[in-house]
Ligand binder design. Structure first.
Ligand SMILES: [Zn+2]
Ligand SMILES: [Zn+2]
Length: 138
């Protein structure tokens, strides 16, 4: 290809391509985020009321919509959902330990991985991170 034509093509890509990428990024970011969550994706939640302690799954879309509508910008913690069992606003995001299968509230252990199991101290995030580090080291 002629050098001059090559340069023209390059300029064309830079001038047209970059703003286009920006527009795509901006529109996908600004769109309804719920669309990106698969309809069948579930979020495990647990009731923090000691007298109840129920744990069940809610649809991820429902959970994220609730969080967006009820989140207090001044509070760093997630908004509590109303428990379907005891009716108290004490339901938070939870996880099931991959090792001992106990359901615990997400972030049970302060200043640690969110999925640190308070029961057996296992954390899937930590295990994944370690595995990734080991894979990189080889
Ligand atoms: Zn409850
Ligand atoms: Zn555990």
């Amino acid at each position: 290809m002629d050098e001059g034509v090559k340069k023209m093509v390059m300029i064309g890509i830079v001038v047209v391509g970059f703003p286009l990428a920006g527009i795509i990024f901006w529109t996908t970011r600004g769109s309804n985020r719920n669309q990106e969550i698969p309809a069948d994706e579930m979020q495990l939640v647990k009731c923090n009321n000691p007298a109840c302690g129920a744990s069940y799954e809610v649809s991820m879309r429902e959970y994220s919509t609730f969080q967006r509508e009820h989140l207090n910008p001044l509070a760093s913690s997630a908004a509590a959902m109303t428990c379907t069992k005891c009716g108290k606003p004490s339901v938070y995001k939870a996880f099931k330990c991959a090792k001992c299968e106990k359901v615990s509230l997400y972030g049970s252990v302060p200043n640690d991985f969110g999925d640190r199991c308070p029961e057996c101290k296992f954390s899937q995030m930590e295990a994944d991170r370690k595995a990734a580090q080991e894979a990189r080291g080889q």
